[in-house]
Design a protein around this ligand. Structure first.
Ligand code: AMP
Ligand code: MN
Ligand code: MN
Ligand code: MN
Length: 282
């Protein structure tokens, strides 16, 4: 068993196709790959059809709001035909498009046209600020994606528009309704101190969340330990994933992240009864 339970395709803000991810995962000896696009599950059917050498685990990464902070919840093992989940994802996709329209208006007022046409040409299902960053770089309005987030797309940026995300409870409820396991994505990457993170994890558990990501690209051992202890204190499983978006980005590759340590293995997500029911044996 060698898993990567967090990655993106061009159906959201990844750069590669499901075919590319699967080949890369096979090359990197992955046995179970969860594709977890932002607010859409459209890559999953195609992926399951073409994957012969590994298991495709259904997944999605839902953007949501908790205490005025944006947090991301992974839904693993979801039934993608579930009505409640598809309705939620459609609403999130619409919020993303409406936010892009509002950002386009702001950009036009600054003298640049074409953002919406650019996004439409990409053919993504869930558009994102990441795509807007590429547009700004390609049109030489910003020198890099990082700079685009700083000057234009981040909270204090010229084009910033908040998105109308679902609340944390609503996201977890829809994932559970679809038979999935809700996992709080990259808990150390939110703009909050340890005390607030503990509050977030407690709220996540109280609303029916079942896991935390316990390892991801570039995590340090102290953070891994902190997350394992949070999982222990709240009786949560631990998941593992690269958050791969782009093979040109040096810092991620499918399957490349520190392994869960021995103590964390005792609560690994693949021990969850719903995982074991689908993919028995470890
Ligand atoms: P959105 O979901 O539309 O809010 O867009 C956020 C996405 O943009 C994230 O999922 C990341 O892939 C990417 N992103 C966020 N912040 C940055 C940043 N500072 N630099 C580059 N990419 C970023
Ligand atoms: Mn992303
Ligand atoms: Mn995320
Ligand atoms: Mn992600």
């Amino acid at each position: 068993m060698n898993v990567d339970l967090h990655c993106h395709t061009y159906f959201s803000d990844g750069k590669q196709t499901p075919e590319f991810l699967i080949q890369r995962a096979v090359d990197n000896n992955i046995s179970h790959l969860a594709i977890t696009d932002h607010d859409c599950t459209d890559a999953l059917d195609l992926a399951a059809e073409i994957a012969t050498e590994l298991v495709i685990v259904n997944g999605v990464e839902v953007s949501c709001l908790w205490d005025e902070t944006e947090v991301h919840v992974l839904g693993l093992l979801v039934d993608r035909d579930n009505q409640q989940l598809s309705t939620l994802l459609r609403a999130q996709q619409l919020s993303r498009w409406q936010r892009m329209q509002a950002m386009d208006k702001k950009l036009e007022a600054l003298g640049t046209q074409g953002l919406l046409a650019y996004i439409e040409r990409l053919g993504c299902v869930a558009c994102s600020r990441s795509h807007a960053a590429d547009f700004l770089v390609e049109n030489k309005l910003c020198k890099s994606r990082q700079k685009a987030f700083k000057s234009h797309l981040g909270k204090r940026g010229k084009l910033y528009v908040g998105a109308n995300w679902v609340g944390l409870a609503g996201a977890i409820e829809a994932i559970n309704a679809a038979g999935g396991v809700a996992v709080l994505a990259h808990p150390s990457r939110y703009p909050m101190n340890a005390k607030k993170l503990t509050r977030l994890v407690e709220a996540f558990k109280a609303h029916g969340g079942e896991g935390l990501e316990g390892t991801y690209a570039n995590i340090d051992p102290a953070t891994q330990k902190q997350l394992r202890e949070l999982a222990q204190a709240n009786d949560l499983y631990l998941s593992a994933g690269s958050d791969f978006h782009d093979s040109a980005a040096q810092w991620t590759d499918i399957g490349k992240f520190p392994p869960l340590d021995r103590q964390a293995h005792a609560r690994a997500i693949w021990l969850h009864p719903r995982w074991q029911a689908l993919y028995p044996g470890v």
